[in-house]
Design a protein around this ligand. Structure first.
Ligand code: SF4
Length: 281
């Protein structure tokens, strides 16, 4: 059979579902390729973000079409026989990094996040094979230290001996032992943390963490426009800056004038460091 794969998002990351589908069909001796033009027995279309536009598929014909991914249906899942396959990185030859999960789900249910609805409560996950061409690892866990098996994940990453990029570190639950272990790894970029809830005083926790991790290695997302006042927004970014941690503002409503302006001020580092908010606005 001839199998066509369509990655709708094209957002700079390999699509894990498509890589697993590729492995599944290659094992069955099918021909697999990214579909651009031609006739296919089966076409698989995967979309992660609902704002991604469906492709113009007038150049492609198929006998069967399967669409999946969070962008189509938040509950969408691969059949277990495909889910259990290892990712085939050869369909993304330009990406020189690996994607990895040590857990799925999350312990929290933040009102602006779909993770809990999509993946449920946190459960440890068996690591996937790494990209043979990979030079670093994107650690995609939603809440790395909520995983009861976080220590074996750290051991795995130390053994892999590649720089890592963490996407989900929940500083609210992080203790000194975890901060110490996180600092043992080679970090490719700043470690991403978040201060989304303004009523939560994160300062004691941040002070604890920066005993082990130098503050310039931390980047903190600050959600604005969801449940915070402008005063609370300014307070959070000011305190982070005083600690030496880079704030990065995430506007909840990107078309809101104040949110856009505040985000532009904070996220432009040179401006944020040299101009006060009252002068900028
Ligand atoms: S902690 Fe992060 S991943 Fe978990 S529900 Fe909240 S925003 Fe989502």
């Amino acid at each position: 059979m001839k199998i066509g794969l369509i990655d709708v998002d094209g957002h700079g990351f390999p699509n894990i579902a498509l890589m697993k589908i590729s492995s599944f069909h290659k094992y069955r001796k099918d021909i697999v390729e990214m579909a651009t033009i031609g006739d296919y027995d089966i076409c698989y279309v995967s979309k992660l973000f609902n704002f991604s536009e469906d492709p113009n598929s007038s150049l492609i014909s198929y006998k069967h079409l399967y669409k999946g991914g969070t962008g189509y249906d938040i509950k969408s899942k691969l059949p277990i026989r495909i889910e259990n396959c290892q990712p085939d990185y050869s369909i993304y030859p330009l990406y020189k990094f690996s994607l990895q999960f040590f857990s799925r789900g999350c312990i929290r249910s933040c009102p602006f996040c779909v993770v809990r609805e999509k993946e449920g409560y946190i459960t440890p996950a068996k690591p996937m094979n790494l990209n043979p061409q990979g030079k670093y690892i994107e650690v995609l866990d939603n809440n790395f230290f909520a995983n009861p098996e976080w220590k074996s994940a750290i051991s795995y990453l130390l053994e892999a001996n590649q720089p890592v990029n963490f996407h989900g570190v929940d500083v609210r639950i992080m203790d000194e032992e975890q901060a110490y272990h996180l600092n043992l790894l080679k970090h490719r970029k700043q470690i991403h943390i978040a201060w989304d809830f303004p009523e939560m005083d994160l300062l004691p926790k941040l002070n604890e963490v920066i005993k082990y991790i130098k503050p310039y290695k931390l980047m903190c997302y600050v959600l604005i426009g969801f449940n915070s006042s402008p005063e609370q927004d300014l307070y959070r970014v000011t305190k982070l800056n005083e600690l030496g941690i880079s704030p990065f503002v995430m506007p909840f409503n990107k078309s809101d004038k104040y949110q856009k302006r505040f985000a532009r001020w904070v996220n432009h580092k040179a401006v944020f460091k040299s101009v006060k908010w009252e002068n900028y606005k």
